[in-house]
Write a protein that binds this ligand. Sequence first.
Ligand code: FAD
Length: 419
Amino acid sequence: ASVYDVVVIGGGAAGIATATSLLSRRADLKVAIVEPAEYHYYQPGWTLVGRGVFSAEQTKRRMADVLPRRATWIRMSSIGFLPDDNSIVLENGRRVQYDVLVVAPGLKLDWGAIPGLSETLGKNRVTSNYRYDLAPYTWELVQNLKQGRALFTQPPMPIKCAGAPQKAMYLSCDEWLRSGRLDDVKVEFHNAGAVLFGVPTYVPPLMGYVDRYGIDLRFESKLIAVDGPRRVATFERKRPDGQTSVAHESFDMLHVCPPQTAPDFVRESPLAAASGWVDVDQWTLQHARFANIFSLGDVCSAPNAKTAAAVRKQAPVVAVNVLDVLEGRAPSAGYDGYGSCPLTVEKGKVILAEFGYGGRLLPSFPQWVVNGAKPSRLSWILKERMLPPIYWKGMLKGHEWLAHPQPVEQVKMKAEAQP
Ligand code: FAD
């Protein structure tokens, strides 16, 4: 079997950012990245694809062009873990040995959990910005819908980019408003959860847009089935008495955010917490039981907002801590739970939610530059023009702009001091 200093599972945002961060710190490190896909996607761009601002192609790069050249690319899926043997198992049965393992295969979009959904996606006016090939269909449907009922759904948490189901809705409403059709389109938001957004600061400005667009909010209403040809969506609703009831809703457009879980090979492994996610210490991102395993990005159990913004802060922390473990020390860097969600509330304006563990606000800019709780043009420019190059040229290349890792004790102290 091959032996590496560090094996990284996943060549997504988290896997690449960690590998490049490691190699920029220690160029002689023997790093392997296990990744089966031919393409890498900038998923935060898909919201703008669904509004016709970006083309889908703008969000896609060849994996070969974004993986760090100094790492070995093992172009295969990983299917299992042998932590006691310091190795992982590949889809062809081969084992790969590591001194330290970084687990970052993202999460599983569980389309199959909703009967009828998979077979109707991309037709019968059923779409989702959660897939590269479907985000353009969202924009097509938005442009073509003249009247009728548009339903937007949100599954139980946690999901990646918790604001994305709403972003799709606000941007669609914005287009219908601008083209004078909003009076003829009835919009409903069916949210399996009980709140519009998990951090209360952002709820009032979002409610302003809910009112402006005349959106009918349905909380604790979970999509459970789709009949594409008949254009009917079925929801399970929680009633005030705690019982559930089932409702069938007809639609002229349906935007679905699918339920999300840890990938099966993670869920069924010794690395998983009871929740299925990789069981990590939320401050160091070190595995709770295996000291030479780390995990970050969407797959890890840390209770941050699952976003690329979180990865930007996590990757340098993991890189420092991996080197600590390789050199026989305890992990020294800490992650404060930072995550960000640029809520595109209309074309040209964004509410920039930035927060850490426990909903503590962690703005990147002074309030006189950007007030995160107010719709802002500057934040839209950040989302459209600045964040994509920050992702491709900064994060994926190991340049840690505004993301220098802090000592773990300091990070914990700050988090406890400012609730
Ligand atoms: P991913 O980037 O998904 O990468 C996972 C990688 O692992 C993939 O390349 C995959 O091929 C590989 N892989 C999977 N299984 C295996 C296996 N068995 N073996 C080896 N490799 C495997 N974030 C923001 O910060 N801001 C936003 O505005 C935002 N908007 C979003 C909008 C949408 C519609 C979506 C879908 C996401 C959005 N996100 C946003 C979230 C962001 O894209 C993710 O949080 C981020 O990509 C997570 O990085 P990751 O590396 O954990 O997972």
